[in-house]
Write a protein that binds this ligand. Structure first.
Ligand SMILES: Nc1ncnc2c1ncn2[C@@H]1O[C@H](COP(=O)(O)OP(=O)(O)O)[C@@H](O)[C@H]1O
Ligand SMILES: [Mg+2]
Length: 273
């Protein structure tokens, strides 16, 4: 009989293989997806892995990213996350589904729940948990003061650094999930542009020096971009996008600190959570 739990010791490579080889069945449309994503199950060798499938055909056109390029960015984000040891992006592949080619990413947490990290909040001033970092002060819909704050958490630092690398323009609170003991980030379709446009709720680390481990991740991913990942990235991104990616990493290593938002671009995603 099929079990519904993935093998507990499965590596990301194992999960990618399962996603690539398994039989895909659509379970539901994800109603809060702007790109017509589907919840699917993928059966392989008697095991079930739930996943999110984004058909290219379902992508909503955007003014600032080429049409039909978002799922390639999802895959590129996974490759970079994996190669650099950031391990932020759940295993993600490209494959055909019932609506043609698209991305397939392993599902984090229960299929009928949301694996919210609980590490980002909008709350009244002074009510963020102790030690949290306030990144924005504002007002709610009826004029009451609120703050946007996130935990001072090592996993969030890694995610913020990864977002600086991939130039993520949509790191909302709801794109930060908890998977057992680790944090995972989702929805990287709007990333890897040439123009600097990081939009994130994770601005609490601006100016903080990079740790040795953080520098090592940057060096590892830079090396991979020039070697093992090169060909794959060339299938997914433009030459200019790959060059800009390498330049962002060089810039981060040179300044040695978490970056500030680029001028002239909204720095906080909306909605923030
Ligand atoms: N890998 C995943 N694991 C668990 N939930 C996910 C995953 N990817 C997406 N989701 C859920 O599906 C919703 C829509 O996915 P998202 O990636 O934001 O789609 P879109 O590209 O349409 O913005 C998310 O808000 C989240 O609740
Ligand atoms: Mg989304």
């Amino acid at each position: 009989m099929a079990t519904s739990a993935p093998v507990p010791t499965a590596t990301d490579d194992d999960v990618c293989r399962h996603l690539a080889l398994g039989e895909l069945t659509v379970l539901a449309r994800i109603t809060d997806s702007s790109n017509n994503a589907l919840l699917v199950k993928v059966m392989h060798e008697g095991r079930t892995q739930h996943a999110i499938h984004k058909p290219i055909r379902g992508e909503r056109p955007l003014w600032d990213y080429p049409d039909g390029s978002l799922v390639a960015r999802e895959r590129a984000a996974y490759l970079l996350s994996h190669a650099g040891g950031f391990d932020i992006v759940p295993p993600t592949i490209l494959r055909d589904g019932p609506f043609g080619p698209g991305s397939l990413q392993s599902w984090i947490g229960a299929v009928d729940g949301v694996a919210d990290s609980g590490l980002v909040e909008v709350c009244p001033p002074g009510q963020a948990p102790p030690g949290w970092i306030v990144v924005l002060r504002g007002e709610d819909g009826v004029g009451r003061p609120v703050v946007l704050a996130h935990a001072d958490d090592p996993g969030l630092r890694v995610m913020a650094l990864f977002d600086a690398v991939i130039n993520n323009s949509d790191r909302k609170g709801s794109h930060i999930l908890r998977d057992a003991a680790r944090l995972r980030g989702i929805d990287h379709g709007v990333s890897l542009s040439v123009e600097p446009k990081v939009r994130t709720v994770l601005w609490g680390f601006i100016g903080q020096p990079l740790s040795a481990g953080e520098r090592a991740r940057l060096e590892r991913v830079a090396q991979a971009i020039d070697t093992d990942l090169r060909e794959d990235l060339e299938d997914l991104l433009t030459t200019a996008e790959i060059r800009a990616l390498s330049e962002r990493i060089v810039g981060l290593l040179r300044t040695g600190a978490f970056p500030a938002p680029a001028p002239g671009w909204p720095a906080i995603p909306w909605p923030a959570l």
